[in-house]
Design a protein around this ligand. Structure first.
Ligand code: IMP
Length: 429
C-alpha cells in the first residue's frame, strides 16, 4: 500500500510545497486534506515559480490527480484565480477534483474573520484574514454550505437564503453592513458553473485509489502546532494539520496511511501570535529572516524566527507517528558560527523535556540550549550527505538523536534538484 502523508512538523511554512512537488512526481493521486487559502505553498521549477494556496502542489505533474478533499474550506474565487494563474504558467497540468463535501468560504466569512479579530483586541490570533476560522465555525455549527450544494442552483439558493439571513444579523451586530442576497447568489452561481465539472465524491476516489494500490500522497497544510486540538490553542488554525487529519479530511481509515513524513525547518518560524520559546529578537534572528526570506506567502507578514526546538520536534514525532523527517532550509544556517537548539525547558524550578499542554504554561517556559558548531560553506551544490561539511552532518545527527526519528530527506535550497534523499525506504513505506 504505497501511501504517504506529508505534514508540517512545526508551526507551518516548513517548505512542504517543494516536498509535495518532488514526491508528487512519483504519486498517482495527491490529496490535500485540511485548511483553505490561508496556506501558501511555493514550488520553484527552473525559471518558474508557482504559488499554491488551495490546489495541491502535485497538480504540476500531468499524470497526477490532485484532490481538494472534504476537510478543506474552498474560496471559489481564489481557486479559479489560482487555476488560471497556474495554467498560464504550465498548460499541461494534472486533473483537479474537488470534494462535494468541502465547505465554501463566502465573503461574510472574511468579514467576520476581520470583525472577530478586531473584537479580540490585544488577544488577537493574527489570522490570515481569509475567513478560514468563520468557515470552519459554520461547518461545526452545521450552517456551512458545501461544494455539492453550491453547484445545484435550487439547493444553493435555498441554503444561501437561510444562512445569509443569519449571517446578516451577525454582521449588523458587529456594526457592519449586511450583504445583499441577489448579487452574492449571482456571483457564486458564476463560480459554481465554472467549477461544477470538477466536483465529485472524493472519498470514494481516495478509497478506491488506496485499494487499487496506487501511490497516494496526502498533502498537509499549516503545521502540527497550529492544529485545533494539539496546537498552542487558541493561537491555532481551525482545522487539523496533523497526520490524523488526513483520515478525517479525506475519508480513508488510519491503517491506509503507510508512511508519514514530518517536514521540519533546520530552525523554527512562526507567523501570527502565540508562544515561541526559541524566538530570536537579535541579529541572528534577523539574519535567518533575510537569508531564508522568511515572509508569509499569503499575507507578506514577516515571520518570527528562532532556533530549532527539539522539544517541539519530539512532540511532533509522537503526535504524527512520523516515519521520518524531512529537514529543510539547512542552507539558510550557513555562515552562522555557533548554532543553538533547545533540548529541554525550564518551567519555574523544574526542568522538563515536553511541551506543557496549557498554552499559558508553555508561554512561561525557558529553553535549555545545546550549542553546535556552524559551517561557512554554501550547501546548495551538495547532492549527497558526503558533500556536506562535517558540522552540517553533525547537526543532522543531533536532530536525529534528539527526535529519535530518522532523517529521510534533506533540502538545501528551493529548487527541486537541491534535495538529498537519505532514506528512500522511508518514503513510500
Ligand atoms: P487562520 O488559519 O487564518 O485562522 O490563522 C490562525 C493562525 O494560523 C495564525 O497565527 C496564522 O498566522 C496561522 N496560519 C494559518 N495558515 C498558516 C500557514 O499556512 N503557515 C503559517 N501559519 C499559518
Amino acid at each position: 500500500m504505497p501511501t504517504l502523508a506529508i505534514v508540517g512538523a512545526q508551526w507551518g511554512d516548513e517548505a512542504k510545497g517543494k516536498m509535495v512537488d518532488v514526491l508528487g512526481a512519483e504519486a498517482d493521486v495527491v490529496i490535500r486534506y485540511s485548511g483553505g487559502n490561508n496556506a501558501g505553498h511555493t514550488v520553484i521549477t527552473g525559471d518558474k515559480e508557482f504559488k499554491f494556496q488551495l490546489i495541491p502542489a502535485g497538480i504540476l505533474h500531468p499524470g497526477t490527480t490532485a484532490v481538494i478533499a472534504s476537510g478543506m474550506v474552498v474560496c471559489p474565487k481564489g481557486l479559479l484565480e489560482e487555476l488560471d494563474r497556474t495554467r498560464a504558467l504550465k498548460p499541461d497540468l494534472g486533473t483537479l477534483k474537488i470534494s462535494n463535501a468541502a465547505h465554501v468560504v463566502f465573503p461574510y466569512h472574511r468579514m467576520l474573520d476581520a470583525l472577530e479579530e478586531e473584537a479580540r483586541g490585544e488577544n488577537k490570533i493574527g489570522t490570515t484574514s481569509r475567513g478560514i476560522g468563520p468557515a470552519y465555525q459554520d461547518k461545526v455549527a452545521r450552517l456551512g454550505i458545501r461544494m455539492g450544494e453550491l453547484i445545484v442552483p435550487e439547493i444553493f439558493e435555498h441554503r444561501l437564503r437561510e444562512v445569509l439571513a443569519y449571517k446578516n444579523r451577525l454582521l449588523i451586530m458587529f456594526g457592519s453592513e449586511p450583504l445583499e442576497f441577489d448579487s452574492l447568489y449571482a456571483e457564486f452561481s458564476g463560480y459554481a458553473s465554472r467549477l461544477k465539472s470538477l466536483v465529485c465524491d472524493t472519498e470514494i476516489l481516495a478509497q478506491e485509489a488506496v485499494e487499487a494500490g496506487k501511490r497516494v500522497l496526502f498533502e498537509g497544510a499549516q503545521g502540527t502546532f497550529l492544529d485545533l486540538d494539539s496546537g498552542t490553542y487558541p493561537y491555532v488554525t481551525s482545522s487539523h494539520p496533523v497526520a490524523g487529519g488526513a483520515c478525517l479530511g479525506t475519508g480513508i481509515g488510519p491503517r491506509a496511511i503507510q508512511s508519514v513524513l514530518g517536514v521540519c525547518k533546520a530552525y523554527t518560524t512562526r507567523v501570527g501570535a502565540g508562544p515561541f520559546p526559541t524566538e530570536l529578537h537579535d541579529d541572528v534572528g534577523e539574519r535567518i529572516r533575510q537569508q531564508g526570506q522568511e515572509y508569509g506567502t499569503v499575507t507578506g507578514r514577516s515571520r518570527r524566527c528562532g532556533w530549532l526546538d527539539t522539544v517541539v520536534l519530539r512532540q511532533s514525532c509522537r503526535l504524527n507517528s512520523l516515519s521520518g523527517l524531512v529537514l529543510t532550509r539547512l542552507d539558510v544556517l550557513s555562515g552562522i558560527p555557533e548554532l543553538r537548539a533547545a533540548t529541554a525547558y525550564t518551567l519555574g524550578a523544574d526542568t522538563i523535556g515536553h511541551m506543557p499542554s496549557n498554552t499559558w504554561e508553555f508561554a512561561r517556559v525557558q529553553p535549555v540550549y545545546e550549542s553546535l558548531p556552524g559551517w561557512s560553506e554554501s550547501l546548495r551544490k551538495a547532492r549527497s550527505l558526503d558533500d556536506l561539511p562535517r558540522e552540517a552532518r553533525q547537526y543532522l545527527q543531533f536532530v536525529e538523536d534528539q527526535s529519535k526519528t530518522p532523517i529521510a530527506i534533506v533540502s538545501i535550497g528551493p529548487d527541486r534538484d537541491e534535495t538529498i534523499v537519505v532514506r528512500p525506504d522511508l518514503i513510500w513505506g
